[in-house]
Design a protein around this ligand. Sequence first.
Ligand code: TRP
Length: 340
Amino acid sequence: MLSKKHVILTGDRPTGKLHIGHYVGSLKNRVALQNTGDYDTYIMIADTQALTDNARDPEKIRHSLLQVALDYLAVGIDPAKSTILVQSQIPALSELTMAYLNLVSVSRLNRNPTVKAEIKQKAFGESVPAGFFIYPVSQAADITAFKADTVPVGEDQEPMLEQTREIVRTFNNVYGQEILVEPEGYFPPKGQGRIPGLDGNAKMSKSLDNAIYLGDSEDTIQKKIMSMYTDPEHIHIEDPGHIEGNTVFTYLDIFAEDQAHVADLKAQYQHGGLGDVKIKRYLNDVLQAKLQPIRQRREQFAADEGAVYDILKQGSERANQVAAQTLHEVRHAIGVDYFG
Ligand code: TRP
């Protein structure tokens, strides 16, 4: 008998282009895992989830869908090795969501720390969309539809995985069958998975306008790096500088191949006599070298949008078959397969 492969399911909300924070937080891991050949890999563009708080701006989601697809292809997610799918094109996910909603309490959803933080940050006031509130359940449907056991995501998604595991255990318990699979998160190494924004803010994000995008031009990247937050107390080149909380060094820790050189620069900077412009220039060299091939591939794919949509269509069709099979098993377990 063939031994069963591990299964990966992961994805992103298409609310804008992806940036280097997404790259270190998750995209890099996905490509590495894909290339081991040990996994059936499904990468989802979660447009349905994106619509839960953008229902009145569908054009943004429609536009971002293509941008995210281009970012995936640019970083090396390979449609020959990974299935790239579009969430809204997989109807089984909605049906699974309805089935799981009955197994989750409102108070449990209220306690999801990621959703709690998002609700605060998005300032919905009294008008939290119900679809947004329950998106962790829909995310459990995304993961379990493919019987994924491995979910490469950023650390902020751990509460989603915990909630998914609870749903899986409850489902298998209540309906008496080992149909659904409990997933584990797959996270970047400690300290490597999160980069601060260009302004030193803990989070890199579109809304804070402090991100370097995977598709940014050489010129834009350089300008952004030159404007980066460093050490506000490092005024004269001769002054001793701080490296803790200095975003340029944080980026160098994550992106530079030559960490011995980074250690030398840190020592010089702390001692005094090394200017911000010098370290920014070095970071610019490092990042340009990383991002140039990604940008080039992005441009190649962007030149033929039809081919990109074909990749998404084929991926969605393949994914549909897998998700429909799981839904079939779920309906049978619940006993709503009245007509055979
Ligand atoms: N919530 C994820 C994000 O905000 C996107 C997502 C949707 C996802 N469905 C998923 C991630 C399933 C992992 C697994 O980026």
